[in-house]
Design a protein around this ligand. Structure first.
Ligand SMILES: Cc1cc2nc3c(=O)[nH]c(=O)nc-3n(C[C@H](O)[C@H](O)[C@H](O)COP(=O)(O)OP(=O)(O)OC[C@H]3O[C@@H](n4cnc5c(N)ncnc54)[C@H](O)[C@@H]3O)c2cc1C
Length: 461
């Protein structure tokens, strides 16, 4: 087994050799004859793919539990939707009805370290607690990941791009980065890519609807003067822009004053696309930018209060709400949620409403959508919804875990994804320590271990 220290030595060797344009000495027959573009294999007890809401929690949980862990992320930072798409909300951490906290553990740690609540808070002020600054959130995660450096290696700017299986096991995962193509040989893999990339490529059953929820690019506008009619005027300007053919779809107006005085955060872009097609995702990125700027131009031209406004920034990536969903050992269903079904192997509590965005323009309260009609009581999410069929050394956490489309519309939110990631990290570490598969560990043991660290389900607490 390679320790993080050894992996780090190999990273350095690789970088030095690549800089010198030479190939590396090999330590195994499999590595013999490699070129500078194919590096020595790395190993890990636990490999976490994707460092978003679920993946960051999974990696921290696995490393804190004593497993040598390697975290791979295609972005240059951790945080996923929060930092890549600029989403500041910790939805799902508290029951919408009474604001009682139902997700503790790493999600609550992150919220409290962002200055939003006390570490031992039992309730929060808002049903959607909001962190004040997404850049500082990147720094917070950098710090927490670095604290674990004796057990945790992190590779940013690294894209998981392939999986090799033998029988029912993942033997290796391939990653493309500045070192070239790197092969990682893990004992247990946690797929937190949001899109279920590892699960799909390893042959685990999954599904993806022909039509998924729209993609959204978030952007910010500076120096806007608020007024009672601002929202209404913004909406009218978007309607006119659409009639002129400047804006195919939008949610309107999707304008919020957030982060700073006079600063508007816009979540009104709506691009229907298939996020697991590289070509369609590229089209969506371009369409998202075009639509964001069309909205800005319409407001600047027509809405009082935007005279001095300037386009501050769009976040780097368009956000994906929905893509592949695992068909795991338990597929969580809408009626599991709406009837608040209990599970012996519950590892997390969810509580958000079934929040399904349509692929069409909606204004005001979307399509007469009434969240309270789709609002479950706090419900439980079983460990088996993180376990795939067919592949024994894989866990799948975050928005690609095993749920129907309707149930996923609730479980996909940020704090719930963190809770699922933490559970997967704990489970993977338990599996490695006992030389058993995640399935053999069983959810009851995972739940007990989470409870001992003030995490796991808080459905009735
Ligand atoms: C536009 C938008 C608005 C939303 N609004 C809200 C909201 O208001 N409140 C709320 O709570 N939730 C909201 N959500 C939902 C929620 O943010 C996500 O579902 C949540 O982030 C899920 O967490 P995750 O860890 O599964 O995915 P993510 O946070 O997306 O993390 C996935 C990570 O995996 C990385 N990755 C993906 N593929 C690879 C690969 N092949 N190799 C390496 N790395 C990879 C990504 O870069 C990313 O960092 C919104 C989502 C979107 C898109």
């Amino acid at each position: 087994m390679t320790s993080p220290g050894e992996n780090r030595r190999r990273f350095l060797q690789t970088a030095t050799a690549a800089a010198a344009g030479v190939s590396l000495g090999s330590s195994t027959a499999a590595e013999a004859g490699q070129s500078a573009s194919h590096r020595p294999d790395l190993t890990a007890d636990v490999l976490v793919c994707g460092s978003g809401c679920a993946g960051t929690a999974a990696a921290l949980a696995a490393a804190r539990s004593g497993a040598n862990t390697l975290l791979i992320e295609k972005a240059p930072f951790a945080g996923g939707i929060i930092t890549c798409v600029g989403l500041p909300y910790f939805d799902g951490i508290a029951n919408i009805r009474d604001r009682r906290i139902v997700v503790r553990g790493i999600a609550l740690e992150l919220l409290s370290k962002s200055g939003v609540c006390a570490p031992d808070a039992k309730s929060v002020d808002k049903h959607n607690p909001t962190i004040p600054n997404t850049f500082e959130f990147k720094l917070l995660l950098d710090g927490l990941l670095r604290e674990q450096q004796d057990r945790l290696d992190v590779l940013f700017n690294s894209m998981v791009c392939g999986v090799e299986t033998q029988g029912q096991r993942i033997e290796s995962v391939q990653v493309a980065n500045k070192d070239g193509l790197v092969r990682i040989r893990p004992q247990v893999v946690i797929d937190c890519t949001g899109d279920g990339d590892v699960a799909a490529w390893s042959g685990a059953p999954f599904e993806q609807n022909a039509e998924v929820q729209p993609l959204t690019l978030h952007f910010r506008i500076g120096q806007v003067k608020n007024s009672p009619l601002l929202s209404q005027n913004c909406r009218s300007a978007l309607q006119a822009a659409q009639q002129r053919g400047e804006l195919p779809h939008y949610y309107g107006p999707g304008v919020m004053f957030l982060f700073g005085a006079g600063e508007v955060y816009v979540h009104g872009v709506r691009v229907p696309a298939n996020p697991t097609s590289a070509a369609d995702l590229t089209r969506a990125e371009m369409q998202g930018r075009a639509d964001a700027h069309a909205m800005f131009r319409a407001w600047k031209r027509e809405v009082p209060g935007f005279e001095q406004a300037y386009f501050l920034e769009a976040y780097p990536w368009i956000g994906v709400r929905e893509s592949r969903r695992l068909i795991g050992q338990h597929v969580l269903r809408e009626d599991d949620l709406m009837q608040a079904r209990r599970f012996d192997d519950a590892v997390a509590t969810g509580c958000w409403y079934l929040d399904l965005h349509p692929n069409q323009t909606t204004v005001g309260s979307a399509n007469n959508f009434q969240p309270e009609k789709h609002q479950p009581d706090p419900y439980e999410i079983p460990y088996r919804s993180l376990l795939p069929q067919k592949i024994e050394n894989l866990l799948v956490a975050g928005r690609c875990h095993s749920a129907t489309r309707g149930a996923h519309a609730s479980t996909r939110v940020t704090a719930t994804a963190m809770a699922l990631g933490e559970a997967a990290g704990v489970a993977a570490a338990l599996a490695v320590a006992s030389r058993r598969s995640p399935q053999e560990i069983g959810g009851v043991k995972v739940r007990e271990t989470l409870a001992a660290r003030n995490a796991g389900p808080f459905t009735d607490a």
